[in-house]
Write a protein that binds this ligand. Structure first.
Ligand code: FES
Length: 163
């Protein structure tokens, strides 16, 4: 009789221990699964290239014939204004030196729609909050005859390429 009670008590204790063990085992399995998922996700994030390819700083703007003498043509997608004076071509940045808005070509030069900065035909600040003149970029003639602008190469204002 007392042995039966011990077995019952032992059975109850044993059953409680199994429950605790199964809960702990389930939790540890969940933790293992979670760490595996995190590991896989971080592997995929690591494998995926993080390089972002923006616009190249050097780009073609087409043939010189596309810009007849007297042209002042803004290419907004490239943020430059191509200026042709006789047989000379130049590229002036259209990125406002205040906070980076794209300036528009105006009668007197350039005008920024954001905070009202004004620039003359050469990009020199004539009014507004812009701290600096619009930079001029180097223009080259590519081997295929196209004009190329290098937006990473600033040149002195008034530097033209003769075409
Ligand atoms: S961004 Fe051009 S004036 Fe502010």
């Amino acid at each position: 009789m007392s042995q039966g009670i011990v077995e019952i008590v032992s059975g109850v204790e044993h059953k409680g221990a199994v429950d605790r063990r199964s809960v702990l085992s389930w939790l540890s399995g969940l933790a293992l699964f979670g760490s595996g998922v995190i590991s896989l996700v971080s592997d995929f994030v690591f494998i995926k290239p993080r390089a972002t390819y923006g616009q190249p700083s050097r780009f073609s703007i087409g043939r010189p014939d596309a810009y007849p003498p007297g042209t002042r043509m803004a290419i907004d997608g490239r943020r430059v204004c191509v200026v042709r004076d006789g047989d000379q071509v130049a590229a002036i940045s259209t990125t406002c030196t205040h906070l980076g808005c794209i300036v528009g070509v105006a009668e007197t030069g350039f005008a920024c729609p954001c905070h009202g900065s004004r620039f003359d035909q050469d990009g020199t600040v004539t009014g507004g909050p812009a701290p600096r003149s619009l930079p001029w970029f180097k223009v080259n003639l590519a081997p295929n005859g196209d004009l190329e602008v290098d937006a990473n190469a600033e040149v002195s204002p008034g530097t033209y390429l003769t075409v």
